[in-house]
Design a protein around this ligand. Structure first.
Ligand code: ACO
Length: 326
């Protein structure tokens, strides 16, 4: 049984910035409302010609560079996304081709905003078992493509981006110490894209009714998020034989600053121990955690030996947490 850790990180964000003031011109909202209710000030939006694989390839390339791994050394590519380029082939196949990672097995993974945590948990098992040596896990979403831009309840919350990590063997005592994943499918109706699958195919009628866009019961998701963020992080810490006092950095899913604050309060953490980027990017779904991690690593905030807790929640409903020693 091998210890598995993160060997390199990367991120890629679209160039276009959409501020709260821009949104004031699109829907009946205000910068003041958005900042006070969510903490978000601006987000990145993919260009018309940009799709998830375009962002994913760039993030993946940077993560491989940081890890010092060449594309042909990659054994597995997992792309966590709910906005694949198309229903099939998997976006992971498109990424594999463009990176030239010809030896890699590939698949997409659908766990909404928890996708990155599900992805690293899955990839780590292959490496622990000795089946594979190096895995590239990419969290990418272009939620702007499936947003109803007339719905102020959702359109102010989300942004586009991609974050990636390379997983591989590390020295004993370092890397992942525990994982905790969960789901409550009974809450699937609280956050969904109803049309485009086999239940309600993409037809003129479903598009006219905007059923191909995100539908969300925000208040219920909020309550769920506050509960599971704390629980999942606590469960993962327990499995690792650690307590909240051992946390050097919390890297939470970036949906709403009030949800993050609730988790921070529960763990009694000081602000400098929490990585926050949602003011600049909004909720990038499965990309939020890996982009936040990449920024903190590149800024040299996270140092060797630090204990990190990654924790998130999302559509499904799903949740997950991981504890690792950097
Ligand atoms: N601008 C102005 N007013 C707005 C806006 C807006 N952008 N959006 C909603 N409102 C109004 C609503 O119409 C409603 O008005 P009403 O009371 O007259 O009907 C009111 O504001 C809603 O107020 P609250 O319910 O107090 O809003 P709340 O504090 O719950 O904040 C929010 C709403 C931000 C959506 C919050 O519920 C939230 O963050 N929920 C979690 C969402 C989330 O994390 N989703 C992503 C999950 S991850 C994934 O898998 C993608």
């Amino acid at each position: 049984v091998r210890s598995v850790g993160i060997l390199g990180t990367g991120a890629h964000l679209p160039e276009k910035v959409l501020t709260n003031f821009d949104l004031e011109k699109i829907v009946d909202t205000s910068d003041e409302w958005i900042v006070s209710r969510t903490g978000i000030r601006e987000r990145r939006i993919a260009a018309d010609h940009e799709a998830s694989s375009d962002l994913a390839v760039e993030a993946g390339r940077k993560a491989l560079e940081a890890a010092g791994i060449t594309p042909d050394q990659v054994d597995l590519i997992i792309v966590a996304t709910v906005t694949p380029d198309m229903m099939f082939p998997a976006t992971a196949c498109l990424v594999q081709d463009r990176l030239g990672a010809s030896k890699a097995a590939t698949f997409d993974l659908s766990a909404a905003c928890t996708g990155f945590l599900y992805g690293i948990t899955t990839a780590a098992q292959f490496i622990t078992n000795g089946i594979y040596r190096y895995a590239l896990v990419i969290g990418v979403d272009c939620l702007s493509k499936i947003i109803n831009w007339e719905d102020r309840n959702t359109c102010v919350l989300f942004g586009d981006g991609a974050g990636a990590v390379v997983l591989g063997p590390v020295e004993e005592g370092f890397g992942f110490l525990s994982f905790d994943l969960g789901a409550d499918g009974s809450g699937g109706n609280l956050l969904l894209q109803p049309a485009g699958g086999s239940r309600i195919p993409a037809t003129m009628e479903s598009v006219e009714k905007k059923l191909h866009t995100i539908s969300m019961t925000g208040g219920e998701v909020f309550k769920f998020a506050v509960r599971v963020m704390g629980n999942a992080a606590e469960e993962a810490l327990k499995k690792a034989g650690l307590t909240k006092d051992d946390i050097d950095f919390l890297v939470p899913h970036q949906a709403n600053i009030r949800i993050i604050d609730a988790a921070v309060k529960r763990f009694g953490l000081s602000e400098d121990k929490v990585i926050v980027n949602l003011d600049r990017y909004g909720n990038m779904s499965s990309a939020s955690i890996p982009v936040a991690l990449d920024e903190a690593v590149r800024e040299n905030r996270i140092r060797e030996g630090d204990t990190l807790v990654l924790v998130g929640f999302g559509g499904g409903l799903t949740w997950g947490a991981a504890v690792l020693k950097w």
